[in-house]
Design a protein around this ligand. Sequence first.
Ligand SMILES: NC(=O)c1ccc[n+]([C@@H]2O[C@H](COP(=O)([O-])OP(=O)(O)OC[C@H]3O[C@@H](n4cnc5c(N)ncnc54)[C@H](OP(=O)(O)O)[C@@H]3O)[C@@H](O)[C@H]2O)c1
Length: 431
Amino acid sequence: MTLRALSVGVAGLGTVGGGVLRLLRENAEVIAARAGRPIAVTAVSARDRTRDRGEDFSAFRWYDDPMGLAADPSVDVVVEVIGGSDQPALGLVMACLRAGRPVVTANKALLALHGAELAAESEAGGAVLAFEAAVAGGIPVIKVLRESLAGNRIRRVAGILNGTCNYILTVMRERGREFADVLADAQKLGYAEADPSFDVDGIDAAHKLTILAAIAFGRPVRFADMHIEGIRGVSALDQSFARELGYRIKLLGIARQTEAGIESRVHPCLIPETTPLARVDGVYNAVVIEADFAGRVMLEGRGAGAGPTASSVVSDLIDIARGRATPVWGADRSHLSEAPSVPITVHTGAYYLRLMVVDRPGVIADVTCALRDAGVSLESMLQHGRSPGETVPIVLVTHDTRESQIRAALDRIERLDSVLERPALLRIEHG
Ligand SMILES: NC(=O)c1ccc[n+]([C@@H]2O[C@H](COP(=O)([O-])OP(=O)(O)OC[C@H]3O[C@@H](n4cnc5c(N)ncnc54)[C@H](OP(=O)(O)O)[C@@H]3O)[C@@H](O)[C@H]2O)c1
């Protein structure tokens, strides 16, 4: 017996929506075989009905208001690819879940900010909320973390979660160029948005890390607890010093189980150039998961784009067609943890500190005194040549120290007459 087709309503016909339509059409046969029945789009919604999207929509019901999809009784599952953490995406997903209708979404902002309410609604109504596409585009990281590694305790998740930042940092490193310059080019090439702040200020990566951390540690989303720094402060000079020291600078999202609770942070950091994550360049994304029994697992691939993101959306549709369902955060709400979040001030690790100082006697002594008084010990120091009376960079690498200690030292160092610019401080990670 052939089951009837799964009827899909697609809200949003932009990059991802268009990709979903094309993938369902072009791979219809293989998808039907794997889903056990055909998967067919029957209704769509977007703002502008007159826009030429290179697709014929005449066979689909069209809704100017996406809420029409939630109310359409012949739609089995709604794909929300409008974006944004507010309306109409939030109202649409809520309405579907309340009506017991499964939803597939690629919307990380929505999940990071409203994931707790949405998961509660999904559990109460018994409707699947699937979101493989929301983190790292075409990389199947949700499934791996939530299902394939379900028997493990996760110790740490670290990832390159924003392709725009990774592209900018890669070009800065390879060509010795400054951030603003590379960003302008990335905007021209379409790798960065006209308003790049969500990407370059680390917000987008933090949304994705919020989702990964919720699954990894079985704890409801806590976006507000995340420490977030972007890449605007990374300079070509730091890239060059990092290389000299055997590191690469990457924007990482890191969530880690510590004895005191869960640490989650997004910031640029130095990672040893020999580690697999350091080798992930350009617009690629990658995630490393450290699990107690499975060990280290690394996934790499395309983190955005119509094809990769549609691939993840369609894999969720196939699961729904097959009746496969997993709780949103991997466990029912009653089994989620209430582990506290750990503030960045108690983070312990090594640091890279670059100062621009006037080259005169006693400067290094003043700096090292401030570090010593704060209990920070040095692993190495780098200074090239001498230019008496001129401004020169010096780079200091610390042994493991608490964030609060290095910050205390930095406060004093910044006030020294001989220190001319705001020092650059970057954390060092093991990758
Ligand atoms: N692009 C990627 O590579 C990628 C990767 C992973 C995840 N995502 C996520 O996927 C989602 C969609 O991204 P996208 O890049 O496809 O966005 P997009 O290209 O900007 O498309 C958004 C679509 O939503 C429609 N829309 C906007 N407001 C609407 C409203 N009020 N009512 C009905 N339709 C509305 C737009 O309609 P009009 O076309 O008529 O303006 C457009 O078709 C976002 O959550 C994004 O974070 C995207």
